[in-house]
Design a protein around this ligand. Structure first.
Ligand SMILES: N[C@@H](CCC(=O)N[C@@H](CS)C(=O)NCC(=O)O)C(=O)O
Length: 207
């Protein structure tokens, strides 16, 4: 979404979480990684910062104050929303995980949560309610503002869009009602950039 916002053309490559060697030049072990000529940049936040520094047209951040607020959204997504959404969707997601990644995924979950995938995903409904509660300030904001960026989206919208796009692709869970501002906002972002976000189909009831 950040690359599309900046009107930069790109190819994206799917990656298995166990393919660490393939991204070794980034200096890290996680996706996403941006490869721009000779530069390898890892971590979404650093990628967004690199893009705005290197290609100033169509800014992702509205100046230093806008960037600081986006950083808050980034930490809120990573520290609050991701663990709640993980607990909500992991029971549906894990069976979709490639066989070559399954053991590693279990290990990683144990390292992160101190529990197995099955234990972390044992009470999705409680986790879903906790997620909805955590989302209440976002809903209240989107009632009054089209996007967190104001009348058009900025990087803070894309951080959260990515979070819910993950949930949309792996899970049937509804995190908001159809008449909510969150629903309107998410649909607007799915429609953005010639419906780029819809290229990934939602999880279907058939699996
Ligand atoms: N804060 C990082 C998080 C990156 C992250 O958690 N990536 C996951 C996939 S979404 C990953 O590569 N996991 C592999 C692993 O944990 O070994 C970012 O936004 O880039």
């Amino acid at each position: 979404m950040a690359l599309a916002h900046k009107q930069l053309s790109f190819d994206s490559e799917p990656w298995h979480i166990t393919e660490k060697q393939r991204i070794a030049r980034s200096g890290g072990v996680m996706a996403p990684v941006l490869v721009d000529g000779e530069q390898w940049i890892r971590d979404s936040w650093d990628i967004a910062s690199y893009l705005d520094d290197t290609y100033p047209a169509h800014p992702l951040f509205a100046g230093p104050s806008g960037k600081a607020k986006s950083l808050f959204v980034n930490h809120w997504a990573d520290n609050t929303l991701h663990p709640l959404i993980f607990r909500t969707v992991i029971a549906e997601q894990f069976p979709l995980t490639a066989n070559c990644d399954k053991d590693y995924y279990q290990e990683r979950t144990l390292r992160k949560f101190g529990q197995s995938v099955e234990e972390v995903g044992a009470d999705p409904e409680t986790a879903r309610r906790a997620t909805m509660l955590a989302l209440s300030p976002l809903e209240a904001t989107l009632v009054e503002s089209s996007f967190l960026g104001g009348v058009t989206p900025d990087y803070s919208d894309y951080i959260l869009f990515g979070t819910f796009q993950w949930a949309r692709v792996v899970s049937l869970t509804a995190f908001w009602p159809p008449d909510s501002a969150l629903h309107r906002w998410f649909e607007d972002l799915l429609n953005a950039f010639d419906e780029m976000g819809r290229a990934q189909p939602p999880r279907s009831a058939l699996g």
